[in-house]
Design a protein around this ligand. Structure first.
Ligand code: GLA
Length: 400
């Protein structure tokens, strides 16, 4: 008990400071107190399709197509310009866009995107130069964050090229705090490729963090370029990461390749289904202005999107691994499960998930709804079994 007033105040103050210090040690940043990404962000990014070959005309076209194709209606919001929009810094250190490719300036482009009812994202890098050799933000974090806020930026993807001996945690924390200090809510997408296991430390630093290197538009394998890897290679690297994701802070297995031509339609359905199971950001990476009806039908599948956007925000785990046959499952709001039966082989195969694997009692009866045919399958009890084509998935919800 506090007997003397002055001592009492000192004691209370010390206790408070100690508690704050303890909390700070655990939670280093003000970070994602931005209240954004309560469900995984959805949008479009220029890199997978256009790489460095971008200009303001393309970005405007994609924003228009996001609306006219029905993608905005389907839930996609962010138009994100990846690497290579930058020109040079002026003598005051202010970053300017490439004067030829983005002649109207970034503010005008952000205004255009906003006028379409969309949100606007941009890209930078924690090092001195971006992966494409443009100026990075190292040493200019606060100045750049202020500039992005003034332009009306809603989303920053922050890459990790040319960072030398920089510490990832410190570098991302600096930009996180700079964004916070800018006064504008800016979603912070960390692209550090999983090198320093950001899922262990970035919960209060960024809204999402890449868990791997770049995706390669292929079912499986390594790109001859040596650094990007196929869809299933990325999937395998997500095993065990589910506990680290949740509202406001997501694992990011990289952007979607749906519609870019390297996979079959059923492989792309599998890619999209699995990314939804992983509560991944759904960032389309194809040309929205010229996409086929088949591609649109995959990207706009409301049943699958609802799984990705489920308010519980619980990422799927692999609950069965039987050679080429796998089951991924996640709880969804209301006590149900979303389930993907994945056949990695080239031949059709029956794949089963038991209720025990879903943490259900055997006797439970449940309704099974197919998220690609949009039909109810027969009620199931104890297990659900389906024939799955080669290089393909069956995706269902199971609701008691
Ligand atoms: C890195 C990132 C990619 C993309 C490119 C741009 O490879 O991981 O997602 O941003 O840089 O140069």
């Amino acid at each position: 008990m506090c007997l003397r007033h002055a001592l009492c105040i000192t004691a209370v103050l010390l206790t408070t400071l100690n508690a704050a210090a303890a909390r700070n040690a655990e939670e280093p940043a003000v970070g994602t107190a931005n209240g954004l990404a309560l469900t995984p962000p959805m949008g479009w990014n220029s890199y997978n399709k256009f790489a460095c070959n971008i200009d303001e005309k393309i970005i405007r076209q994609e924003a228009d197509a996001m609306v006219s194709s029905g993608m905005r209606e389907a839930g996609y919001r962010y138009i994100v310009i990846d690497d290579c929009w930058q020109g040079a810094r002026d003598r005051n250190g202010n970053i300017h866009p490439d004067p030829k490719r983005f002649a109207s300036g970034v503010k005008a482009l952000a205004d255009y995107v906003h006028s379409r009812g969309l949100k606007f994202g941009i890209y930078s890098d924690a090092g001195e130069k971006t992966c494409g050799g443009r100026p990075g933000s190292r040493g200019y974090e606060y100045q750049d964050a202020r500039q992005y806020a003034a332009w009306g930026v809603d989303y920053l993807k922050y890459d990790w090229c040319n960072t030398g001996t920089q510490d990832a945690q410190a570098s991302y924390l600096t930009m996180s705090q700079a964004l916070q200090a800018s006064g504008r809510p800016i979603l912070f997408s960390m692209c550090e490729w999983g090198n320093s296991k950001p899922w262990l430390w970035a919960r209060n630093v960024g809204n999402l963090w890449r868990t791997t290197g770049d995706i390669y538009d292929a079912w499986e394998g390594i790109n001859p370029n040596g650094y990007s890897i196929g869809m299933l290679n990325i999937l395998d690297m997500q095993v065990g990461l589910a506990p680290f994701a949740g509202p406001g802070h997501w694992n990011d297995p990289d952007m979607l390749e749906v519609g870019n031509g390297g996979m079959t339609e059923s492989e792309y359905k599998a890619h999209f289904s699995l990314w939804a199971m992983l509560a991944a950001p759904l960032i389309s990476g194809n040309d929205l202005a010229t996409m086929s009806e088949e591609t649109k039908a995959i990207l706009a599948n409301q049943d699958v999107i609802a799984v990705d956007q489920d308010p519980l925000g619980t990422e799927a785990d692999r609950v069965v691994k039987d050679g080429d046959y796998e089951v991924w499952a996640r709880p969804i709001k209301g006590g149900g499960r979303a389930v993907v039966l994945l056949n990695r082989s080239t031949r059709p195969h029956d794949i089963t998930v038991t209720w025990a694997e879903l943490n259900y009692p055997d006797g439970l009866r449940a309704a099974v709804h197919d998220l690609w045919t949009h039909k109810d399958r027969t009620q199931a009890q104890g297990a659900f079994i389906a024939s799955v084509e080669g290089h393909s998935v069956v995706m269902v919800t199971i609701k008691p």
